[in-house]
Write a protein of this length. Structure first.
Length: 353
């Protein structure tokens, strides 16, 4: 009996081998991973470039403290609702090279600001700007009071010597120490005074920068018209050169109130009263400045115009009338008194019953 030949199974392709199946599986996994990573990257890019979280207000203010590291900054921004993901912010800061360039301070971000903008603003140091202004002619105690009343500042600042501050507008930061702000004002004064002193006119009757500040403080308090400061300075310089007393009313007031407004006219007893500051009674300059003079007053004293003026009095328009002789000065005073009389309210006459 003939044997039946057993049929052999047909050979399958290489795809059915374990190696082939492994390659297919790995390739599929790799493609899936690439797809997942691509989608994650697109999501992260959207989180970075797209609109930020919705906030209740139009802007959100955030304080980033000095010395804060990148993780703390990212956490603060996320907690404040400015960004939606601290890890993405961390990664973006590292990838863009901004991680070591982030600056502390107070920031204000608009609602739904992108993470890219937030990171860019902090990298560029676009902090919220606050300012404090010190007007010319304020005493040092008044300046310290301005700083004490500013709610953005911290700490306590003692009043510096009179005339040690440069009246200007200064930028301040929330939480900045008042003493540090005051020191910047004093440093600015020293810098301006040194520059103007180095360029001073030769032959002036002031022997030191300190004397220049004293005289400038008197000039500052004598006129509120900026264009008059040089003329007023020339009057006092001319009087000092001739050995005449300054005879400045603001020096009397400073001797009485330390620069606080008197609230009335000067009495004859005060005009002739003996105080270290009454330049009607003392020769030369007062012992200290009577206020903090501004840059213009300092410049006027250290480079005054050449005039023959020795006197001045109010002219009724907010400025002053200047004179070279006492006779001319008396005429100017008479005109001023006439203006004052004309401005005085007429006495009321009671109506007849």
């Amino acid at each position: 009996m003939a044997r039946k030949t057993r049929a052999r199974p047909a050979k399958t392709g290489a795809g059915s081998s374990p190696l082939r199946r492994l390659i297919v599986t790995l390739t599929s996994a790799a493609l899936t991973l690439v797809l997942v990573l691509a989608l994650a990257g697109l999501w992260a890019l959207w989180m970075y470039r797209g609109p930020g979280p919705e906030a209740a207000a139009e802007t959100t203010t955030v304080m980033l403290r000095r010395g804060a590291g990148l993780p703390e900054i990212a956490s603060t921004l996320e907690t404040s609702g400015v960004i939606s993901s601290a890890p993405i912010f961390l990664a973006a800061a590292q990838a863009t090279g901004a991680a070591r360039e982030l600056k502390a301070g107070e920031y204000e971000f608009p609602n739904r600001a992108s993470m890219a903008r937030v990171l860019g603003d902090i990298r560029a140091g676009k902090v919220v700007r606050h300012f404090v202004t010190v007007p010319e002619g304020m005493t040092s105690e008044m300046v310290v009071e301005i700083l004490a009343e500013n709610p953005l500042l911290t700490g306590v600042a003692p009043a510096p010597p009179e005339g040690a501050i440069l009246p200007e507008t200064y930028q301040i930061e929330r939480g900045e120490d008042r003493a540090a702000v005051l020191q910047r004002m004093m440093d600015a004064h020293d810098e301006v005074l040194a520059l103007l002193w180095s360029r001073r006119q030769p032959g002036l009757p002031v022997r030191s920068p300190e004397e220049a500040v004293i005289l400038a403080s008197v000039v500052e308090k004598e006129t509120g018209v900026a264009s008059e400061r040089p003329q007023v300075a020339s009057v006092f310089v001319n009087r000092l050169r001739r050995g005449m007393r300054l005879e400045s009313d603001p020096t009397i007031i400073y001797g009485l109130t330390k620069g606080r407004p008197l609230g009335r006219g000067i009495r004859m007893s005060e005009l002739t009263g003996a105080t270290p500051y009454n330049t009607y009674m003392i020769d030369g300059l007062p012992p200290t400045p009577i206020c903090n003079p501004g840059r213009a007053a300092l410049a006027a004293v250290l480079d005054p115009p050449q005039t023959d003026y020795l006197f001045f009095v109010a002219d009724g328009s907010g400025g002053h009338a200047f004179a070279t002789t006492y006779e001319d000065h008396r005429r100017n005073v008479s005109r001023w008194r006439e203006l004052e009389r004309n401005r005085a309210p007429a006495p009321q006459v009671a109506a007849e019953p």
